[in-house]
Design a protein around this ligand. Sequence first.
Ligand code: ADP
Length: 159
Amino acid sequence: MERIAIFPGSFDPFTVGHESIVNRAIPLFDKIIIMIGYNSNKQSFFPLEKRAKWINEVFKNEPRVEVETHEGLTVDFCKQVNAGYILRGLRTSADFEYERAIAQINKKMLPQIESVFLLTMPEHTPINSSIVRDIIRHGGDASMFLPASLNMSEFKPDK
Ligand code: ADP
């Protein structure tokens, strides 16, 4: 049976930390679907289409990585795409506590699902999308936190 993992998140925007987690998980799975979760009642900083386009660009040469968008429960998306694994990154003990609750609840809702956690690379521990957004919002240079293959001129507050 194909080992399909989903990597859910808001990816607003997708950072080098996210990129590293996906790259390190590629040898573990047959397919990784990066699931951009959204809530139509909540405004994101970057539009969904842009976020999807950027992630597609990062993995354009990696046939085992796909990008999808989803509104609703992560476990419903897992059923929809036949995924057996939920991939998440862990930076800190705070991430662990947050992820533990989500993973245990997901397991209750969909017993066949396993959550798989990769510890972040030490240099990516302080990186999170919210800080990167703030840098971009205020016109700073966020390039060192964003995947190197992306065109930095697209990361403007008005885009
Ligand atoms: P969410 O809104 O679900 O937290 P994010 O887009 O912030 O979505 O993160 C998606 C996943 O990526 C989470 O598992 C998060 O812990 C992980 N992640 C975020 N930033 C990093 C990073 N710098 N290094 C490793 N993993 C990260």
